[in-house]
Design a protein. Structure first.
Length: 323
């Protein structure tokens, strides 16, 4: 509903500036809207992945979880790889950036599971909620996606809302917190590189990062392998299926919409953390959690609105400047 109102408003603005009947306005608006929708769905799957991962690393090493998780991911990727020209998997644009992206995505996954093995899920999510700030700053520096002071302020307010809601425990001061910090930064850099490599197919991007996680998992599972039950194997395979689907959705979303626009949507991870925390771990949100969530949602919606209006204005030469 919000996006439909925005499209109608943008159309009226374009007509006032002499862009009557322009198909480009509708095409751009629809692409960005689709990108936002895919990011929302991808974040939901990532939240489900987080809850499943915390359950599994309580009994198995991070390396073993990565191995079986990656094999499960290839169950989803295999049919897509078969339909794609195999040369696209080998001959990629800017190979150095692809290698860097594989390394960063593997660090993200591995360090996240390492963090939730020692820290409460809420504490780790606090680190990852700083991702939008990293993405916004990196997009400003590397992708030339400018952000005005109002949107910068809204991102910071949103992060304050995360702190209010999640109320970090004393465990966050432990050495294990470094895992969460490094993992969240690696995740943000992976998102930015995904936007930078938007001409590469989604299958290629996700396949290489899954292969990287598989190789690292094999290395770190040596000497730490424990024979899993059938239920455990199904859980780890399902983890890979969910994670690969989330990666595909978020990779595609970054090709349809600017990273600085999509970054605040990561705050929806908090809402799903509340829901999954109640369902799987019997955690009931208190008043402080609800207040923090409200601050985060309002800040994210404000950034979304300002960026969307500003993008439409710039694309159609409307003489306005909305920070």
């Amino acid at each position: 509903m919000f996006w439909s109102a925005f499209v109608r408003t943008s159309g009226r603005t374009a007509r006032r500036e002499g862009y009557v009947g322009s198909k480009e306005v509708s095409t751009t608006a629809n692409a960005v809207a689709l990108g936002v929708g895919l990011m929302l769905l991808g974040d939901f799957l990532f939240s489900l992945n987080d809850a499943m991962g915390k359950w599994l690393v309580a009994s198995f090493s991070v390396g073993q979880v990565l191995v079986i998780r990656s094999l499960g991911a290839f169950l989803v990727l295999a049919p897509m790889i078969a339909r794609q020209d195999m040369r696209a998997l080998v001959h990629v644009e800017r190979p150095s950036l692809h290698i860097l992206r594989v390394i960063l995505s593997t660090i993200d996954v591995g360090f996240f599971y390492a963090a939730v093995a020692y820290l409460p899920l809420a504490d780790v999510m606090t680190f990852y909620m700083a991702g939008p700030i990293y993405v916004a700053a990196l997009s400003h520096l590397l992708l030339d996606e400018k952000m005005g002071w109002r949107r910068w302020l809204a991102v910071l307010i949103g992060f304050i809302g995360v702190i209010i809601a999640l109320r970090p425990s004393s465990a966050m001061l432990s050495f294990a917190s470094i895992f969460g910090l490094v993992g969240s930064l690696a995740f943000a850099l992976t998102l930015v590189l995904g936007r930078y490599l938007r001409r590469t197919s989604d299958v290629t991007l996700v396949s290489w990062q899954t292969l990287g996680a598989l190789l690292i998992g094999i290395i770190f599972s040596i000497g730490h392998w424990r024979t899993p039950s059938l239920l455990d194997v199904c859980g780890m395979v399902a983890l890979g299926v969910v994670a690969s689907a989330a990666h595909m959705l978020i990779t595609r979303s970054l090709k349809l919409a600017p990273a600085s626009l999509l970054a605040p949507i990561q705050y929806t991870l908090l809402l799903w953390a509340i829901i999954f925390g109640f369902v799987f771990f019997n955690d009931v949100p208190d008043v402080q959690m609800i207040v923090g969530s409200a601050v985060i949602i309002l800040a994210g919606l404000f950034i979304f609105h300002r960026k969307a209006v500003n993008k439409q204005s710039l694309e159609h030469d409307v003489p306005v400047n909305l920070p």
